[in-house]
Design a protein around this ligand. Structure first.
Ligand code: AIR
Length: 200
């Protein structure tokens, strides 16, 4: 009989970093100033003493407002994350480079948001062993059904999870639940959130 595979927990340094973020030490990797689409100006990923555990990628800067609840929820949980904008169709090489380097940059789970023919999550999943949670963006023409179907109908062998249309907050919660399989800190955050919901 085969031995069960060893469970690999999130390293201690990452746990310590999570606590550091909770104390407000770390900013997110974007800030709110003008750019052509949505009042966000993206900076180059900065070298931080807190490696991101969640990688958030979206197909366009126009997806940013709908993805705000994802970042806010991770901020509330004190989980470090990285934000990347790159389209699977317009910048495929950039998506490839980002996704294939995610593990080495310390990430444990990826959230991918896109609208219309939303192939981003599937393409990212093709390049990384990390779990990918997709967020179908609501669209003006088809209400997001186009995005949803593009994400959920993945071929066998390359799964992605998929939350509701514009379900950015749930994507963050699911990401932290996945982190919680190897991090007591993350698991406790979910427990606290559930207790707060039950008491509201
Ligand atoms: N998109 C961008 N490249 C491929 C896809 N599917 C998506 C974006 C966004 C929508 O197209 O994720 O939801 C419109 O993007 P834009 O840049 O035209 O505003």
């Amino acid at each position: 009989m085969c031995a069960l595979p060893q469970f690999v927990p999130i390293p201690d340094e990452a746990q310590m970093d999570i606590v550091a973020v909770r104390r407000g030490k770390v900013n997110t990797w974007y800030n709110r100033h003008s750019n052509r689409h949505s009042n966000y100006e993206f900076k180059e990923p900065r070298m931080s003493d807190t490696p991101p555990l969640v990688g958030i990628i979206m197909g366009s800067e126009s997806d940013m407002p709908a993805m705000e609840p994802c970042m806010k929820q991770l901020d509330d949980f004190g989980i470090p994350y990285e934000v990347k904008v790159a389209s699977a169709h317009r910048k495929p090489a950039e998506v490839h480079a980002w996704a294939s380097g995610a593990v080495d940059r310390g990430m444990r789970v990826i959230v991918a948001a896109a609208g219309k023919a939303a192939h981003l999550g599937g393409v990212v999943a093709a390049y990384t062993p990390l779990p990918v949670i997709t967020v179908p963006m609501k669209t003006s023409d088809l209400g997001g059904l186009d995005s949803l179907l593009s994400m959920v109908q993945m071929p066998s062998g390359v799964p992605v999870a998929c939350v509701a249309i514009n379900g950015a907050k749930n994507a963050a919660i699911l990401a932290v639940q996945i982190l919680g399989t190897g991090s007591e800190y993350a698991r406790n955050k979910i427990v606290e959130m559930k207790q707060a919901m039950a008491q509201a």
